[in-house]
Structure formats: structure tokens, C-alpha cells
Design a protein around this ligand. Sequence first.
Ligand code: PMP
Length: 286
Amino acid sequence: MRTVYVNGEYLPEDEAKISIFDRGFLMADGVYEVTSVLDGKLIDFDGHYARLERSLGELDMNNPTTREELLEVHRELVAKNEIVEGMVYLQVTRGSAGDRDFVYPDPETTKPTIVLFTQSKPGLAHAPAAKVGWKIITIEDQRWARRDIKTVQLLYPSMGKMMAKAAGADDAWLVEDGHVTEGTSNNAYIVKDGKIITRQTSNDILHGITRAAVLRFAKEAQMVVEERPFTVDEAKAADEAFVTSASSFVMPVVEIDGAAVGAGEPGPVAARLREIYLEESLKAAI
Ligand code: PMP
């Protein structure tokens, strides 16, 4: 049984409790982060902490912790649950005011709820899927307009994953005005004539922590990066495609809406970026 963390306490998972009036439960009034663990160490903890602070700030929610406290909780959970490869999930909600009301409760009397738990994923770094690549479908982006805030309202991304599953694919890319915004739970890229193309950050997409790291490594390796929206047709005609996220790292995309991308197998740019990302992030893991 897992040990989880709820509002200052480490508990067995079946003893952890949250109020039915918690605004995370009633209104998806909460934000989250997922930090991957490799070799028992945290990948890009500071990037995730910075984005947590930003998400909380955008929603006028108090930060219930400090960087040091949160790092300690992450490390405790990794140790207690003996995680070698996997993830630490963190969620902060606006808490429970003991009733349901659209208006935010007074932060002086209603404290945020904070929950963390681990997920063990042995073999995460050497996932067989990375050798095969993902098939994706494209669907309309019907999410709200503040996708830069990492909120727990994940119903549309879940629906997208179900649509992908029904179509025999691994995931879906979301499309708005003919242009790809991002994947259901990852950032989207294509490679054309050696150039890496991915949408620029704005309110339209989540500012992926893996995205920032991968683009930095790509530039350091003298690869050309172009940050701009791309169309589904461009993606289908690309030499390569891939996605990035904290749990999939760099994952090649080999098929879009049934059409092979390039040679229909993971391309050299995605493979190289995955290798550099895993190597460099492990070096910097804490
Ligand atoms: N976009 C969306 C919509 C996501 O849910 C995620 C993963 N949480 C990402 C992009 C990738 O972000 P990160 O690299 O920080 O995991």
C-alpha cells in the first residue's frame, strides 16, 4: 500500500481523506504538477515548482508550501514508497469552506488542500513505446482558453484519450483554427528539413517543463528551432513528429490520422532528443 501526503501528514492511501466540499472536487478549483523520478531522483523539480507558483498566482490561490518543504515531501514519498522510476503527483486546491459557493472563500479562514502521491513505473526511461512511436488522431480543441494554467479540469483531455483509444490510436492532438495547439497531455512538434517546429507559448497551451528543457538542449546541440503554430497538413507532410511531457519525455509520433509521418517509424531527431533529454536531466536530477 502506498504512503501518500495530505495536508502535512503521511498516511496509508486508504486512510487519506478530503472533504466532499473541497473546491477541487466540486469545481475543479485546483492545480497540479507531475514530476518524474528516475534513479530515485526528481527530474526538473525547480521547473515544476516555478510553474506551480505561476498556476496558483493566476488563480489568486495561496501557496501552502515553500520550495524546501515541497522538495522534502517529494523526497520522503519517493523514499517511503521506494520509487526508482515513476512520478510524483502533486495537487493543490482552494480547499473546503464547508459548503458550496461559486465565490472564492476567504483565504484567511479556508486553507488550500495539498495532496501528493507517487506512481511507480519501472522501465519508464526505456519504455518500449519510444522504439515504436505513437499513432495519434487529431480532434478539435474544445478546452477552455487558459490552458497555460495547469488546472485539474481534465475532462476534455480524458475524452480525447478515449476518442484516440476508440480509433486504435495512442493519443490525440488538439486542433484550433486548423492549427495544432498541443497533445491531450503533452506538447506537439514536427520536424521538417532538419528544423524543429512547435507552437510558441501563450494562453493556448501548457508551458511544458519538458518542452522548455528539450528546446534548450536542441539549441545547445545547434539544432534549428522555430516556435510557431503548424497545421495538420504540415504535420502529415513532415519528416518526423513527436511529443514531450514529464512522463513520456520525448515520444516519437509515427502516424497522424492513419497517415504515416515520414518513413512511419521513429525519426533520428526525436531519438537524439530523447537521448539528450534523459542524459542531461538525469545529470541535473535532485
Ligand atoms: N500539455 C498538456 C495539456 C499537458 O497536460 C502536459 C502534461 N502535464 C504537457 C503539455 C507537458 O507538460 P510537462 O512537460 O510539464 O509535463
